[in-house]
Design a protein around this ligand. Structure first.
Ligand code: PBG
Ligand code: ZN
Length: 331
């Protein structure tokens, strides 16, 4: 038995009205950021084993990638570099002719409309895979916060000089935003923005990224400088600190499972807020989709809209390109 015609019509009208009166408007491509891994010394794109559909990109193809992103309606990329040379001190990270610096220059020359955010960290550059320079302490090693923030500032300035729109410090060192901000100003780049990874939990969801960026810590872990997921109050405190130090935008990472944090920060601080839907989130959804167990497009759009509903102004996601395509055909 089907509904009488008139009831069907009413139901359709109700549905249309509900869509118009949504509390949170549908997510758009313009709110997404696509991560790109640029690798030195390769000549072809190389798929990341644990992230089907995501690649390490050679410098020679970076402009093509950037243009593809921009054409899709996604206005920004965040760059991660994988250098040939790694050493104890991550010395390749701030080089003017480093892989990320070159990639920024190429993109800004050929696709200047695209917003370029560059991740500022040392874990891809250090032989031990930690996010900063280490010092010996009793019983082992610890990150040398002071030396590391100076190195981070040098990296950020080199990115600004190459033309980056924003630097995104992710090393979780104390005072990193302030030191970077001062260095940018002192070197003539007062308008280069800072997207602070203010709230970065020690998460198992970063696993595939360490494959992608070839940066797993060789010993120990990052728990000493990343946050404990049993806590949420310190998230607001950390974000507030970074805003005080000069951040233009703060970020919560991961996104899935951390919507309460996104919501809390937005509500409490009312400041531009990004969230990073990390590699593990992508890999879980992608593998389930490839196995035919879930409706990929439905799941991804539902989650992205959820991050937005929670309070995110921008979402960094490995699904940015695909989501942009789906959103175009959705209407
Ligand atoms: C490193 C960095 C990581 C991510 C972004 N920057 C890895 C980590 O902290 O271990 C994770 C991103 C992802 O998993 O997609 N500074
Ligand atoms: Zn790092």
């Amino acid at each position: 038995m089907s509904f009488p015609e008139t009831r069907m019509r009413d139901r359709r009208k109700d549905h249309a009205a509900r869509m118009r009166n949504r509390e949170t408007p549908e997510i758009t491509a313009g709110e997404l950021v696509m991560p790109i891994f640029v690798k030195e010394g390769i000549s072809r794109k190389k798929e990341i084993r644990s992230m089907p559909g995501i690649f390490q990109t050679p410098l020679g193809e970076i402009v093509r990638e950037a243009k593809r992103v921009y054409r899709s309606g996604v206005p920004a990329v965040i760059l991660f570099g994988i250098p040939k040379h790694k050493d104890e001190e991550g010395s390749a990270s701030g080089a003017e002719d480093g892989i990320v610096q070159k990639a920024i220059r190429a993109i800004k020359k050929e696709a200047p409309e695209l917003t370029v955010i560059a991740d500022v960290c040392m874990c891809e550059y250090t032989s031990h895979g930690h996010c900063g320079i280490l010092k010996k302490v009793r019983g082992g090693y610890d990150v040398d916060n002071d030396r590391t923030i100076k190195a981070l500032a040098k990296i950020a300035v080199s990115y600004a000089r190459a033309g980056a729109d924003m630097a995104a410090p992710s090393a979780m060192m104390d005072g990193q935003v302030k030191t970077i901000k001062e260095a940018l100003r002192a070197n003539g780049f007062p308008r280069t923005g800072i997207m602070a990874y203010s709230v970065k939990y020690a998460s198992s969801l970063y696993g595939p990224f360490r494959d992608a960026a070839e940066s797993p810590p060789k010993f120990g872990d990052r728990k000493t400088y990343q946050m404990d997921y049993h806590n949420s109050k310190e998230a607001i405190a950390e974000a507030r600190l970074d805003i005080g130090e000069g951040a233009d935008m703060v970020m919560v990472k991961p996104a899935m499972g951390y919507e309460d944090i996104i919501y809390g920060i937005k509500k409490e601080l009312e400041f531009p807020l990004a969230c990073y839907s990390v590699s593990g989130e992508y890999s879980m959804i992608k593998t389930a989709a490839l196995a035919g167990y879930i409706d990929e497009r439905g799941v991804v759009l539902e989650l992205l809209n959820g991050f937005k509903r929670a309070g995110a102004d921008l979402i960094i996601t490995y699904y940015a390109l695909e989501a942009a395509k789906w959103l175009k055909s959705r209407k």
